[in-house]
Design a protein around this ligand. Structure first.
Ligand SMILES: [Zn+2]
Length: 337
């Protein structure tokens, strides 16, 4: 245990189903009488596995297939509640005080749930973890870009028609090279939630980030790491005080960068960007929010004070109300004194 293990952490980029553990997959598969597809785990059975052909495209394809196989064992409300509770309890044990899981109405539907049923199950899991650990959360209703604009509008309408006090933002995930950003503006407008973000600058470069900013009015970006390729864009992003949700392990696993040395996390922070951290799909990338903070310390030289600044950045930019923000900032300040 070092002091980073106790440091208050914030996970601003986490796909709820992407937190399912191999142990949970086995448990749910057993309960639901589903056979686990071959090749989903490595030899130890402790980690997810997919073939490596050395390319980013191959890694992404393999990951998506493993993700779909693993999450296909989730059936019904009980399973959503279990996966949600498990994520929050594990994160809180690592010092996480706040998280904003990305939720997917489409994954709920695959598990046989309406959006309202899925949210009730997620809320139950969250409330149980919150009561036990004090961890807090809001949720980001998210459309999947490669499912197309019509599907995104459907997700937006469901979100609008089932308002939930903890669902405070609309976002977009999925293949950044599918369709154009403009095609999704309508979905964001229909959802009409107080906050918005979008995955941009991970699989695609500067233009994707510019488009999300200009067409969707996004200031908080999933990843944004490839902004580093364009000096003018970096200046534009600094000017709007853009907030990148940086997920280092995800970027390395999906071969966006070959190693820590080439990853722009440190450059982003030193340039003055309001850096935050995320675990993305933690169990698939062999990580957790605790590990992401440890990596920032061990491989990027972030001091305890700098890591606290990252947590503060995240709470300042969290998609929550002022009262919650103030309470969470106090928890960070209490650690630093
Ligand atoms: Zn993501």
């Amino acid at each position: 245990m070092n002091d980073i293990s106790k440091l208050p952490k914030v996970d601003l980029h986490i796909h709820l189903e992407g937190s399912i553990t191999p142990a949970m997959v086995r448990k749910l598969a057993d309960k639901n009488g589903i056979e686990i597809p071959d090749g989903l785990f490595d030899a130890s059975g402790e980690n997810f596995h997919w073939p490596d052909d050395g390319t980013a495209a191959g890694a992404l394809k393999g990951f998506v297939e493993a993700y779909d196989k693993a999450t296909s064992v989730m059936r019904g409300a009980e399973d959503f509640e279990a996966v949600t509770y498990d994520y929050f309890a594990r994160s809180a044990a690592e010092g996480c005080i706040y998280a904003e899981p990305i939720i997917s109405a489409e994954h709920g539907a695959m598990a046989g749930l309406t959006y309202a049923e899925m949210m009730a199950a997620i809320t139950a899991g969250y409330e149980r973890a919150k009561a036990e650990t004090g961890i807090e959360a809001r949720f980001i209703a998210t459309c999947v870009r490669h499912y197309g604009p019509a599907a995104a509008i459907h997700v937006a309408e469901i979100t609008r028609d089932n308002p939930h006090p903890l669902v405070t933002a609309f976002g977009m995930a999925g293949d950044e090279n599918a369709h154009s950003v403009a095609d999704f503006k309508a979905a964001y407008d229909i959802a009409a939630l107080p906050y918005r973000n979008a995955h941009a600058g991970e699989a695609a470069g500067a233009e994707s980030i510019r488009a999300a900013r200009e067409l969707l009015g996004v200031r908080r970006f999933g990843h944004m790491v490839r902004a580093i390729e364009d000096a003018a864009l970096m200046q534009e992003q600094l000017k709007i005080n853009a907030v990148p949700e940086v997920c280092v392990s995800s970027n390395l696993c999906l071969k966006v960068y070959p190693d820590y040395a080439s990853h722009p996390l440190r450059k982003f922070f030193d340039a003055g960007l309001k850096v935050t951290l995320g675990s993305d799909d933690p169990t698939f990338f062999g990580t957790s929010i605790g590990r992401e903070y440890q990596i920032a310390h061990a491989h990027f030289g972030f001091t305890v004070a700098e890591l606290l600044q990252i947590s503060r950045n995240a709470i300042e930019e969290a998609f929550c109300d002022t009262e919650t923000r103030t309470r969470l900032l106090r928890r960070i300040d209490a650690y630093s004194v």
